[in-house]
Design a protein around this ligand. Sequence first.
Ligand code: C2E
Ligand code: MG
Ligand code: MG
Ligand code: MG
Length: 289
Amino acid sequence: EAKARKKGSVSVYDQSLREMVERRLTLENDLRDAIGKGEITPHYQIQVDLVTGAVVGVEALARWHHAQLGPIPPDEFIPIAEASGQIVDIGKHMIACACKDALRLPPNVQVAVNLSVIQIMQGEIMETTADALMATRLPPDRLKLEVTESVMMADPKQPIAVLSELRYLGVSLALDDFGTGYSSLSYLTTFHWDEIKIDRAFVNDLDTDSIGLSVIEAVLVLAKKTGAKVVVEGVETHKQLELLQGTGCDIGQGYFFGKPVPIDMACAQIREINKALPGQPLPARRKDK
Ligand code: C2E
Ligand code: MG
Ligand code: MG
Ligand code: MG
């Protein structure tokens, strides 16, 4: 009897494993013409200046709507695309879309695109970025590229050379998800980042203890020394926002401000927020002495 039970549980395991492998193969296969079929599109999530309340940026996040399976989350299909090399085409598509969509945003709003380590190491990223900027005539300082600290892990010499070339093009560079994985404080200083994005795990922690806050404050000190702006990811509640404003973080991103949405909705969100903002103060030099 025990043997039969054991046998049974093994076959259930086999079956779910087989289903996982099959889904993965299906996704990898269908990813091949997903761009051509228009199934992969960017959504945009607004980023807000924590002092003025103004929208200063949007982050482009890839969405895949599979014809049969419905929406596939990026945490599922990006790793598959990285393993198969298809991330290069997806990345190219995302940069092209983001540069085109950025033209519809106010000129003081930057658009950020996520890069995979594969794109950095593979060698086409300079050409891809330059092509997208030329095709759209988007000023390079409107585009920001986000990389995670995993690019710095093995041998940072090559990624730093690539990032420096991209910087030379005039685009901004952000270190994404800081504090996850094998974080090292040296990643903050081995390259001159325009922006450090603190992972939402630390913002989450704000609700339960003060460790999150201490980490955020420590990163802030280092980031300010290097001149980088600090973005906090995953702001969901007003309480979190208040705590973060007290720390001196520059920019917030999260469901509290808005979820990732199609470009039309992002434009509407930005119009709505900017309409509600108080009038801009006069420049200092115009003030009566
Ligand atoms: P990421 O770059 O760190 O993007 C932020 C993720 O956090 C997004 O998940 C966003 O929807 C989610 N998020 C934002 N605010 C909140 C919040 O308040 N609460 C919670 N719980 N989540 C929040 P998403 O869109 O599922 O993307 C997941 C990851 O997939 C991204 O993390 C990025 O690493 C990767 N990814 C997405 N699009 C691309 C792409 O075009 N290229 C590459 N290479 N990676 C991408
Ligand atoms: Mg990102
Ligand atoms: Mg992130
Ligand atoms: Mg992430």
